[in-house]
Design a protein. Structure first.
Length: 297
């Protein structure tokens, strides 16, 4: 169960969708009210990755993800000023981790959240992988905020229960397991169901791979039904880069999705502006697409 290592996939198209969406949500939540936020990441990884590391170079997935976007819209790039708001905010955050023009450091969701959180907010990072949890501990220690950011070596599905509801009644939960095990899909739905019962007003952000597996296709449908039954707003966004082609290139993951319960009202418009731009630069063959669907106000 511990074979998955995100270092091989850092900065790929799935990370672009996940992290661009996460940045947009956090920017809204941290500006809407002064009330403290509980921020929880159920599968945190190591927190920070090197795109010039051996692992990242082996897969080369960032070359079909963040790198084309950085070259076109990053600092000093030809179209920097023309980037849609959500894409611009995401790339600006990445720029903060990279002193020069080259994009070498890539922050995972723990460091993205830590960058955008405020002094009054609390961040809890769950990571069960023995190697990744140790690396996460070391990386987080460099942030120097032990009072606000804590690494928990536990299964995030189980550990989340003890955090909800937060006393402030404001929070965001990111759930993005590797889906290495088929049981992960069922655990995601069970975790969200339990969380909604404990903390109905929380913002729940679920990432999932779009792959030819019944569980993957059923997951957004189940989450949508769950949100509707609870009377909560929702948003579902997908990004597919399509087939790699017939030149022997590695196909890999072609598409992924984000399902958000209780999303900020501005998120739909921001993703509808950003995803066509991302799609144009990252599409590689048949099956490339993007979509944003949301509940009616």
């Amino acid at each position: 169960m511990f074979s998955y290592r995100h270092a091989f996939h850092a900065g790929n198209h799935a990370d672009v969708l996940k992290h661009m969406t996460l940045v947009a949500i956090l920017r809204y939540l941290t500006s809407a009210k002064d009330t403290p936020l509980l921020l929880a990441d159920t599968h945190a990884g190591t927190g920070l990755y090197r795109l010039d590391s051996g692992d990242a170079q082996t897969s080369g997935e960032a070359s079909e993800g963040v790198l084309p976007l950085w070259q076109q819209y990053g600092p000093g790039a030809p179209d920097e000023a023309r980037a849609p708001e959500a894409l611009a905010a995401y790339l600006q955050l990445l720029a903060g981790f990279n002193g020069g023009e080259a994009l070498r450091k890539y922050p995972g969701s723990p460091f993205i959240t830590a960058t955008l959180m405020r002094a009054q907010d609390q961040l809890r990072l769950f990571e069960l992988h023995p190697t990744d949890s140790r690396l996460l501990d070391n990386n987080v220690a460099e942030l120097g905020r032990p009072d606000a950011i804590q690494v928990v070596r536990n299964n995030g599905f189980a550990g989340l229960k003890g955090l909800l509801p937060p006393s402030s009644r404001r929070g965001l939960v990111l759930i993005d397991p590797s889906y290495e095990l088929k049981t992960d899909y069922g655990q995601v739905t069970a975790t969200v169901q339990d969380a909604l019962q404990r903390f109905a007003t929380g913002c729940y952000v679920v990432w999932y791979p779009v792959i030819p597996r019944p569980e993957a296709h059923d997951l957004p449908r189940k989450l949508k039904a769950m949100a509707q039954q609870a009377g909560k707003s929702w948003l579902h966004a997908t990004l597919a880069i399509g087939r790699a082609g017939d030149d022997g290139a590695r196909d890999g993951l072609r598409a992924s999705g984000m399902f958000i319960i209780n999303p900020p009202f501005v998120l739909k418009e921001q993703l509808e502006q950003a995803l066509p731009v991302v799609h144009r630069l990252l599409k590689r063959g048949s099956g490339a697409s993007w979509a944003v669907e949301a509940s009616k106000a």
